[in-house]
Design a protein around this ligand. Structure first.
Ligand code: NAG
Ligand code: NAG
Ligand code: NAG
Ligand code: NAG
Ligand code: NAG
Ligand code: NAG
Length: 481
């Protein structure tokens, strides 16, 4: 044994002794706590609450059959009185809790126990109609109003939805059937939608089978989305995972998403309505995302981007069997911009496209759009990417007279499937550079210093949302579950 190893060994023994002493001391503490309240669940949150209640205090029945809409709403209405007195948390205990839509309140935590399932009602009358979003001018499925989301919040501050991986099940299949048969008069509900709010946390939950998008923060800021498992059939319509929409300062991390549409779709309003509202999505971090999306993108930017999208940082992204990586979707009429986009460390397996930009996406809110409102697509950076079993490396299609500029690709290795008969690159109306990219890129993306690696940009600073500390909160006492 070398000296340094021996020192390390004695250090380890020392540390082990400290731990043993602590453990012995601790066992006495636990002993003495046995009479008092026992902490049952610890979780991390932007803030802990002074007051707690459990759904059953408000008449909740976890039998999977009784509607709990009134129980949820009266519990939250009651707890809203504590907003200025340390806040409150509502505990959803083990059981199956059928419910229609309910509204959240400020300084509030909805804690969904590991063995609790919130089941969305399939009765449309449990989802009252609300106005379309001003930046969309209409519902996405149909003109006019839309069904309110299952869990809804507006004008809030400091809201947490979390749990030890508890479940929210949107039971979306009747909605999908009606959507496909064109039988819906209004737009389908989302699973969670939060408007005009700040300091939002949605974490450690399993979300399944939303009627449409799963998580939709809009016109909001300071948002942490962490540890979500989102599952929907890969053929279900518009079941996007997480859609930050006209939001500032958002962090999405450690999520696993399998769905029928984009895993993450970054948005900011639609055509003339989005241009008029003018609220961009910016300062967005997406990291440690694992995605399966056979017919859509791992991360889509657009197609509704008429308030602008700027400063998106995506890293450590893994995808299997997905249509495309980080895709830009836009069209004449959208206006605004997608700029300062930074992507690094993507590992992709079985993809149709690694890079895809579409300037002719179409899909307009109505005939009132301005075809001269051209989007600016600029400073788009991708680096450190490995992809296997790919059909087409890139399809990069800008807009005639409005090229997409400042595209940079570096350190990219794409293995094209031997079965693919397509040309690996198809570029038009774009400008940019590449470095160490294989297979050899299209001529519009030259390598200016062949042989050397000129890495594309990725910002070195941190966004404010990356340094928001989480506190450890506990649910104390055995009376809840
Ligand atoms: C989510 O769960 C993981 C694993 O149990 C834990 O490390 C993490 O702190 C939790 N996050 C939050 C926000 O509670
Ligand atoms: C929830 O909020 C929406 C929008 O403000 C409102 O239309 C609806 O009536 C509220 N629901 C309840 C039960 O208060
Ligand atoms: C949460 O539950 C889902 C669905 O059961 C499971 O796939 C996932 O691994 C769980 N996540 C954690 C962190 O336990
Ligand atoms: C190139 O990308 C691979 C995969 O992400 C990474 O492991 C490697 O360190 C990168 N090389 C350089 C020189 O940055
Ligand atoms: C490669 O991709 C094709 C689809 O393009 C798929 O059918 C096949 O299973 C994939 N092969 C591997 C080894 O993943
Ligand atoms: C390139 O894409 C255009 C559409 O943007 C398509 O019409 C054309 O056929 C493609 N070319 C090749 C060689 O795949």
């Amino acid at each position: 044994m070398e000296l340094s190893q021996r020192t390390r060994m004695s250090n380890i023994i020392g540390i082990a002794l400290v731990f043993l002493t602590l453990a012995l001391a601790n066992s006495r503490v636990v002993e003495s706590r046995k009479q008092g309240p026992t902490p049952l669940c610890d979780f991390q949150a932007i803030d802990c609450r002074k007051h707690s209640a459990v759904l059953t205090d408000f008449g909740g029945k976890g039998d999977g059959k009784t509607s709990n809409t009134k129980a949820f709403q009266s519990a939250i209405n009651h707890l809203s009185q504590y907003a200025s007195d340390g806040g409150a948390q509502l505990i959803v205990p083990p059981g199956k809790w059928l419910t229609g839509s309910f509204n959240l309140t400020s300084h509030f935590t909805l804690y969904i126990h590991e063995k609790a399932v919130i089941l969305a009602s399939q009765d449309e009358s449990e989802f009252p109609l609300i106005e379309p979003l001003p930046s969309y001018g209409r519902g996405r499925d149909a003109p006019g109003g839309r069904y309110i989301s299952l869990i809804f919040g507006i004008n809030l501050v400091d809201v947490v939805i979390t749990g030890g991986n508890g479940t929210i099940d949107g039971q979306g299949s009747p909605w999908w059937v009606k959507f496909r048969a064109d039988e819906l008069k209004y737009t389908r509900p989302y699973l969670i939608e939060i408007l005009y709010s700040k300091q939002i946390q949605i974490s450690n939950l399993t979300l399944v089978n939303s009627p449409s998008w799963h998580v939709h923060p809009v016109y909001s800021s300071d948002i942490i989305i962490q540890g979500l498992t989102i599952l929907a059939p890969v053929d279900s319509p518009n079941t996007d995972g997480i859609n930050p929409d006209s939001c500032t300062n958002t962090r999405i991390e450690d999520c696993f998403i399998v769905s029928g549409d984009d895993c993450v779709a970054v948005k900011s309003g639609w055509d003339e309505y989005g241009i008029k509202v003018g609220l961009p999505t910016r300062q967005l971090v997406i990291r440690r995302l694992t995605c399966i999306s056979p017919d859509s993108a791992v991360i889509a930017l657009g197609s509704e981007m008429s308030g602008g999208i700027q400063d998106v940082r995506a890293e450590d992204i893994t995808a299997i069997t997905s249509e495309s990586g980080v895709r830009i979707k836009t069209a004449p009429g959208r206006g605004a911009y997608v700029k300062d986009i930074f992507v690094r460390r993507m590992t992709l397996q079985t993809m149709k496209y690694v890079f895809w930009m579409t300037g002719s996406y179409g899909s307009h809110a109505d005939e009132g759009y301005d075809p001269k409102a051209l989007p600016v697509i600029q400073n788009i950076n991708y680096r450190d990417i490995v992809a296997e079993n790919v059909t087409i490396a890139a399809k990069l299609e800008g807009i005639k007279g409005d090229p997409f500029t400042g595209i940079c690709l570096s350190n990219v290795t794409i293995e094209i499937s031997s079965l693919s008969k397509k040309k690996p690159w198809n570029c038009s109306e774009i400008e940019g550079v590449t470095s160490k990219v294989s297979p050899q890129p299209c001529s519009l993306l030259p390598d200016k210093e062949p042989g050397s690696l000129k890495a594309c940009d990725f910002p070195e600073d941190k966004l404010p949302i990356e340094s928001v500390p989480l506190k450890t909160c506990s649910i104390i006492g055995g009376k809840y579950f």
